[in-house]
Design a protein around this ligand. Structure first.
Ligand code: PHE
Length: 345
């Protein structure tokens, strides 16, 4: 005869291992279903000797009721377990760090927009270019000492008879001749933003840096137009009330040439020389970069008649204007890849 005790043990073993409702339902069907084990036992009652029938029937029924109870208990347990893992859909979700534009990319966008508003066209000329565009076309013939100022890096590439060697451009002024030739005939309003290279590495110089170069050529262009444009840029980029001043200087490709200063973004230009009130500027002014009226030789080389047209140009460092705007003291941080620094902007 089939042993009810064995069935009971087996049921308990199986029940122990149940971990979800589906498994529990299968167990219930296996033991208590229409073709289940308990019903098999009941069907077998006819094979049981008459005097044992009553006792046998009672035991099978007890087993059935015990299985039913235990299954109920297990079902409750499972549903409670489930509520431990209750998913609160009102909790804020997991967030991933959101990236942002690098400060230099951000400044490039800002500067581009400022100049586009007054009709300048953003271009980007090669950062690896011929000596011709970087020097000769800018009134700096071969052997001219001014070329040393840049300590240019040369590319290992066959020299061209007309254009010379390939260089890593030390300034964005290489775009001047290219833009004159691209446009053909003035008016020209260019804003050229590109990478430049000079072998310096300290708190205010990285060997790779960005410049933005303005070039304006048209009829009757004079220094007043230049000054007005610089004032416009200074106010838009550094903030209202920022002023500019021109100091005489020398560049081969401009005549006259100037260095441009803007009033210090920290003391707003109130500090005086030797009074040393402002730690950032010491004099009320910060140097922005070089500018001047385009040299007639440069216009001629670009195919433009200097008797008819005149123009001005400037070249400023992007890292430098960022530094001035936010009062930063080490531009090497820009390229360190340190998120803690970069995410501040
Ligand atoms: N190319 C010069 C430099 O890098 C800046 C400059 C550009 C000066 C245009 C005058 C006119 O220092």
């Amino acid at each position: 005869m089939v042993n009810l005790d064995d069935t009971n043990k087996e049921f308990h073993n199986e029940l122990k291992n149940i971990s979800n409702n589906d498994e529990l339902t299968n167990l219930q069907i296996k033991y208590l279903g229409r073709n289940g084990i308990i019903n098999d036992f009941l069907k077998k009652i006819n094979d049981i000797p008459t005097e044992e029938k009553k006792e046998y029937g009672k035991k099978v029924n007890e087993l059935k009721n015990s299985f039913l109870r235990l299954i109920e208990v297990k079902r409750k347990e499972l549903s409670e377990k489930k509520s431990d893992k209750f998913f609160d859909s009102t909790l804020p979700g997991k967030t991933f760090p959101i990236g942002s534009l690098h400060i230099v990319s951000f400044a490039i966008e800002e500067i581009t927009k400022i100049f586009e508003k007054i009709g300048f066209i953003r271009v980007s000329y090669p950062e690896v270019d011929w000596e011709y565009s970087a020097f000769e076309a800018l009134n700096m013939p071969k052997g001219h000492p001014a070329r040393d100022d840049f300590e240019t890096s040369y590319i290992d590439f066959p020299e061209n008879l007309k254009f010379g060697k390939m260089v890593l451009t030390p300034h964005t002024s290489n775009g001047q001749n290219r833009e004159m030739k691209r446009v053909g005939k003035p008016p020209i309003r260019m804003i050229n933003i590109s990478k430049c290279y000079r072998p310096n590495w300290d708190a205010t110089h990285t060997p790779m840096f960005f410049q933005f170069e303005g070039l304006c050529v048209d009829l009757d262009i004079n220094i007043t137009n230049l000054k007005g444009t610089l004032d416009y840029f200074a106010e838009k980029y550094f903030g209202k009330g920022t002023k500019t001043r021109l100091r005489p200087h020398h560049f081969q490709f401009t005549e006259p040439s100037f260095e441009v200063d803007v009033t210090c973004t920290v003391c707003k230009g109130t500090s005086k020389v030797n009074e040393n009130k402002c730690k950032v500027c010491k004099s009320g002014w910060l140097e922005l970069g070089g500018t001047g009226m385009v040299h007639p030789n440069v216009l001629t080389e670009g195919g433009i008649d200097p008797k008819k047209f005149s123009g001005w140009a400037f070249g400023f460092g992007i890292e430098r204007v960022i530094m001035m705007k936010y009062g930063l003291d080490d531009i090497r941080n820009y390229y360190s890849g340190d998120i803690r620094f970069l995410e501040q902007f």
